[in-house]
Design a protein around this ligand. Sequence first.
Ligand code: PBE
Length: 267
Amino acid sequence: GATESIGKAVDYKITGIDPGAGIMEATDRALEDYNLEKWDVVTGSGAAMTAALKKAYDKEEPIIVTGWSPHWKFAKYDLKYLEDPEGSYGGAEEIHTIGRLGLEEDLPEAYQVLKNFHWTEEDMAEIMVEIIDGEDPKVAAQNWIDANEDKVAEWTDGVEKVDGDTIKFVYVAWDSTVASTNMMALVLEDLGYKVEMSQVEAGPMYTAVADGSADVLLAGWLPITHATYMEKFEDKLDDIGVSMEDVKIGLVVPTYMEIDSIEDLKE
Ligand code: PBE
């Protein structure tokens, strides 16, 4: 039947990203929830996933990827989420800003801005799309700031400038996180901070904030995506605030594929 040929056509493979990403754990869960014993999730990276997506899309070939929003791929390609009646991927998620213990006392001005930080999917997408179109991430972030001074002014309202204190961001090379981290780094630099950004894998990102070797991460996807990390480090992290609501993870396919639900992957 048609569904059998989808599995065969993609060799029973879902194109995943880095192994530490929460979406990979959720995808393993989905394979169990939907009894997809024949299927595998291929690990890689966000960049490898979008490269594979582009290659398939340009030839109108079938592909199933681990996807999330906000992400520029929805602006560039006609894509859809597969329905998830078992709820393996959870529902609407939030992006939390998560700091090390003691950050509020040590860097109160930065902490206030991080607490105030809140923006929309469209805001983040503007930066992501510029980056994928070839702009340097810092320049794309600065362009967004220049065009949205009112928003930045709300986050920094009443916050005093500092004189060269260091703040250390830790992030993973997920396109959404690259956009937010570059943007907030520039906002804090403008307040007088010396900002360090280190790019790591997901597990080390949480470990760094939990052990205090980094100050803050902007990519805390909750309540589901990073539940395992949050449970592991619960009392060693400060859940500072929510920067975005209604974000989402799931399995994503081009709209030219004739499936609508993860259930359609069953034989
Ligand atoms: N993501 C983007 C991450 C969180 C941010 C959905 C790829 C994850 O799966 O852990």
